[in-house]
Design a protein around this ligand. Structure first.
Ligand code: PEP
Ligand code: MG
Length: 330
């Protein structure tokens, strides 16, 4: 099977009846080493910037961040790289910036922390914008958004960084080709489901973080083994949430992709494509497998499956349907 899957690796990611799915990779370290032996992919759909922050003893300087981001943007030339602004707190501590809280997952994490420390946010965005000069493949993604205010404030800071950096750079290069990157928001807090209309006009794209969305939809700590059996992306509540998101984003004509683990899971990817998602970002080790599966699907079969799945009342029923489908593919 491994051989059949790798034999498919240079073929396009599309269903049997020609529906193209954009496959991207999730990255967090020196991404240039990670994609050496991969089949085709359309970019980095999620670059987790907190990982290099977590591996140091202090906040990296603007210059250090610039060098790192430049290397990553260069390694993906011509393909978009979605860099997420610092998402620490929750289960991602910074050794040199301790946050003590009783409920870290409901606390000061992601955009909440960086908006309270605009100096951290601005340095990071400035480094990203400078790294993007001459490459133009940067996109910026905001984590843990739960209010329109946060989107407005983060956008205001991104614009401030943009004008600062532009004014600095045009002094030495008056013809500088400097573009504002696309800015997107992660959908990982359930309240966002009912604020898509208000947020859509303010952003360029959405990206669904199914890891946190599952945790918050189901009120289940994603790392607590005691409740691990309840942490289930196939819970009907979760599936209806995902369907709502793709339907609303399609109506609003706002691009939306999925970057949580569900996108790299065979059953999860099938369901997402059946719902209408056309852009999936996953760990590199899932890329060939998911491409192979997509090439064995067709829209009619997906519609039948989706109808059965969406009328299921138990996650185990959904799992059974997916298992039968996957076994049928070989
Ligand atoms: C997610 O929450 O699904 C996600 C992609 O972000 P992270 O796993 O880094 O929290
Ligand atoms: Mg998340």
């Amino acid at each position: 099977l491994v051989e059949i899957v790798s034999a498919n690796r240079d073929l396009p990611a599309e269903t049997e009846d020609g529906i193209a799915i954009s496959l991207q990779i999730n990255a967090g370290l020196n991404a240039d080493h990670q994609h050496e032996n991969l089949g085709p992919f359309e970019g980095i759909g999620l670059y987790r910037t907190e990982i290099p922050f977590m591996m140091r003893e202090r906040f990296p300087t603007e210059k250090e961040q610039y060098q790192l981001y430049k290397q990553i943007l260069k390694s993906c030339r011509d393909k978009p790289v979605v860099m997420r602004t610092l998402d620490v707190g929750g289960d991602k501590p910074l050794p040199y910036f301790p946050i003590q809280e009783e409920n870290p997952f409901l606390g000061w994490r992601g955009i909440r922390m960086t908006l309270d420390h605009p100096e951290i946010f601005l340095v990071q965005v400035r480094a990203m914008l400078r790294a993007n000069v001459g490459l133009h493949n940067l996109q910026i993604l905001l984590p843990m958004i739960s209010t329109v205010d946060e989107v407005e404030e983060a956008t205001r800071l991104i614009n401030q960084a943009y004008f600062e950096v532009r004014n600095e750079l045009v002094q030495t290069n008056p013809n500088l080709d400097f573009k504002r990157p696309l800015v997107g928001v992660m959908i990982e807090v359930p309240a966002l489901l009912y604020q898509l209309d208000a947020i859509a006009p303010k952003v360029d794209f959405f990206s669904v973080g199914t890891n946190d969305l599952t945790q918050y939809m189901l009120a289940v700590d994603r790392n607590n083994p005691r409740v691990a059996s309840l942490y289930d992306t196939l819970n009907p509540g979760m599936l209806h949430a995902l369907q709502h998101i793709i339907q609303r984003c399609t109506e609003l004509r706002k691009p939306v992709s999925v970057c949580g683990e569900m996108a790299g899971d065979p059953g999860g990817a099938i369901l997402l494509v059946a719902m209408g998602y056309r852009s999936l970002s996953m760990s590199t080790h899932n890329l060939d497998k998911i491409r192979w599966i997509l090439r064995h699907l067709d829209s009619k079969m997906l519609q039948v499956l989706l109808t059965q799945v969406m009328s299921s009342t138990h996650p185990d029923q959904v799992r059974r349907l997916l298992r039968i489908k996957l076994e049928g593919l070989g």
